[in-house]
Design a protein around this ligand. Structure first.
Ligand SMILES: Cc1cc2nc3c(=O)[nH]c(=O)nc-3n(C[C@H](O)[C@H](O)[C@H](O)COP(=O)(O)OP(=O)(O)OC[C@H]3O[C@@H](n4cnc5c(N)ncnc54)[C@H](O)[C@@H]3O)c2cc1C
Length: 204
């Protein structure tokens, strides 16, 4: 007999963990099916950089929301620990890329991000151990830093579990089942699961 649940998330990397947490916050009881263990994919290799400087404004907007609504207030928003350390962040650039750097920073300031362009000399004053021979300018984000990607994942999962989610590890999804044009569940190495919602967060 297939096990029945109202949502399935395939993969317990940081994306699957976040999706499961948010589904659980919306009243669903997702089963998170992971073929190995949590954070065993790309997540476990991540440097956990939390920064907002991107060339695309949409990415900056998204990472700003992640910083503002989650990483800067993790305990209150999610519960547990994500290991966020505010170290400051520099995106360095040579003189020939100054206009591009300044353009990005103007876009990011419009979003509300605390960022500015500083010279290599100013960067050296802020971070005396930094070698400044290879750049002329930097975008400086004092609020940014890094988190612990594995801790972040486990924290999402623990909070999702408190809200009714289930984590099943060593459970590889081998097929997604459909009927009548709709997804109805999955087959796994631990049997079949029925659910009207299946989210594939199995990584790149
Ligand atoms: C070296 C490195 C450094 C990085 N540094 C940063 C950084 O500083 N900042 C940043 O934001 N990002 C960074 N990233 C990117 C970041 O790690 C990824 O974007 C993120 O972890 C992707 O998460 P995910 O959940 O989509 O994928 P994954 O972490 O790969 O999770 C997918 C999960 O699905 C499971 N799975 C796969 N197939 C199945 C199946 N059939 N059934 C069940 N489970 C399955 C896998 O085992 C895995 O656990 C870095 C990545 C790498 C590799």
């Amino acid at each position: 007999m297939p096990q029945t649940t109202n949502a399935i998330v395939i993969g317990a990397g940081v994306m699957g963990a976040s999706i499961a947490f948010h589904l659980a916050e919306h009243g669903l009881k997702p089963a998170i099916l992971e073929r190995k263990v949590t954070a065993s994919g790309a997540t476990g290799y991540s440097s956990g950089l939390v920064r907002m400087h991107y060339d695309l404004a949409a990415e900056s907007e998204l990472t700003f929301k992640s910083y503002q609504q989650y990483f800067s207030q993790w305990k209150e928003r999610v519960g547990g620990e994500c290991g966020f350390q505010q170290t400051g962040f520099l995106q360095i650039a040579k003189r020939e890329h100054e206009a591009k750097l300044r353009g990005n920073v103007i876009n990011q300031q419009k979003i509300g991000i605390n960022t500015s362009v500083i010279s290599a000399e100013e960067a050296k004053r802020l971070f005396p151990d930094l070698s400044t021979n290879h750049f002329d300018y930097a975008a400086y984000e004092p609020d940014s830093g890094y988190a612990d990607a594995t801790l972040t994942t486990n924290s999402f999962i623990e909070s999702a579990k408190r809200l009714g989610a289930t984590l099943i590890q060593n459970c590889e999804v081998t097929a997604i089942r459909a009927a009548g044009g709709k997804v109805i569940g999955v087959d796994t190495t631990q049997g079949s699961f029925d659910a009207p919602i299946v989210v594939n967060a199995a990584g790149a």
